[in-house]
Ligand binder design. Structure first.
Ligand SMILES: *Cc1c(COP(=O)(O)O)cnc(C)c1O
Length: 365
């Protein structure tokens, strides 16, 4: 059986370091807002190049808190619009609607799966305050055109960097391309905690201060509450685990690239469209997503051969029950993508023999 993702194996590689990190925290008797968090935040800031990194409880909170921070700063308000790709994971959209702003869904480019810039400019109105770029599946969503548009219309750039830690554009890491970025360290992400965790990075001092406070009950001084905040903290134990794993992320991302390149070179089947990576070296391949009209048949075929695949994602956000208000939107490319995508196994512990097996069955299909 070739598993889609073997979390046990992924973490077993760092067994000794992780156990040592856990026992340090247990022995210290200090579980929140301590040295481990501080240390991880410094490491993450220096890894991305951003001035500030703030650990929070998860990736959704990271994105929610960025928008909430802009609301507290008076830069955004209820009813304002944020442009977002229609084919993203639902958390991107939830972060917007939870703050009572309006997501403006833009179609993706079906080759890269990232937001289609051609379509985007015509969707900007006087109420548009930001673009949320999503580096979907690990591929950077940024270029000179997009940068030009955000400057021209004075839009904030919020990066949903849940899937792309370590990716870069012209030597600048994701998380340091826009005005603020949300990271997820959900166990299955490229940098995965052993539970929930997330972070915000930004170069904006004021925004960083507000988010830090908002995530801790809206308080920067004990028992003094400046904002109606929430409790969204990153535990010491998770920060300690993440510090261990951050040291290995580049090596793991390189191995993902090796698998992706092998898939790109070796999968040869007319029924299948491979993903396009204009800057393949800068892609961190959180997921390797192919498209085919025969998606369900291929999934079943591979399952019979002992190969597990997943679909990211089966239902687009605007067709979810919780978003009935958006169900009439016309987003044909997004809907087609959701019917055709299939994610092949890719991970730092998949061996090249297994990758070869996947390729040979796909080529047989
Ligand atoms: C995983 C993910 C999130 C949310 O992260 P959590 O830590 O699960 O809250 C947000 N956006 C995208 C694109 C994701 O893949």
């Amino acid at each position: 059986m070739i598993k889609f993702l073997d979390l046990q194996k992924i973490n077993a590689k760092y067994n000794d370091e992780l156990k040592k990190a856990a026992s340090d925290v247990i022995d210290s008797g200090w579980f929140l807002m301590g040295k481990k968090l501080n240390n991880f935040e410094n490491e993450l800031a220096s890894y991305t190049g951003a001035a500030h990194a703030i650990g929070v409880a998860n990736g959704l909170d990271a994105l929610r808190l960025i928008i909430r921070g802009y609301i507290e700063l008076g830069i955004m308000k209820e009813g304002d619009e944020i442009i977002v790709p229609a084919n993203t994971y639902i958390a991107s959209i939830l972060a917007i609607t939870d703050n009572r702003l309006k997501p403006i869904f833009v179609e993706p480019d079906p080759l890269t799966f990232n937001i289609d810039i051609k379509d985007l400019e015509s969707r900007i109105t006087v109420n548009t305050k930001a673009i949320m770029i999503v580096h979907l599946y690990g591929q950077v969503c940024w270029n000179e055109n997009l940068k030009g548009i955000t400057t021209k219309y004075n839009l904030k750039v919020i990066e949903d960097n849940a899937q792309a830690i370590g990716a870069s554009w012209k030597g600048i890491k994701t998380g340091n391309l826009g005005d603020a970025a949300g990271f997820s360290f959900y166990p299955g992400k490229n940098l995965g905690a052993l539970g929930d965790a997330g972070a915000v990075t930004t170069n904006d001092n004021e925004l960083a201060g507000i988010i830090r406070s908002l995530a801790n009950y809206g308080s920067s001084k004990k028992y003094v509450n400046q904002f109606q905040g929430l409790n969204s903290r990153l535990d010491e134990i998770q920060a300690a685990f993440l510090t261990v794993k951050l040291n290995h992320i580049d090596q793991e991302n390189d191995y993902r690239k090796k698998i992706a390149n092998y898939y790109l070179e070796s999968i040869k089947n007319d029924k299948i469209v491979l993903p396009t990576a204009p800057q393949a070296e800068e892609h961190v391949w959180h997921l390797f997503v192919i498209r085919t009209k025969y998606r369900d048949k291929l999934k079943e075929f591979l399952q019979e051969k002992g190969i597990e695949t997943l679909i990211h994602y089966p239902i687009p956000p605007h067709k979810q029950e919780c978003y009935r208000a958006f169900e009439e939107l016309s987003l044909p490319i997004t809907e087609e993508i959701h019917n055709e995508v299939l994610s092949l196994p890719i991970s730092p512990v998949l061996n090249m023999d297994e990758v070869e097996t996947v390729v040979s069955f796909i080529n047989q299909f």
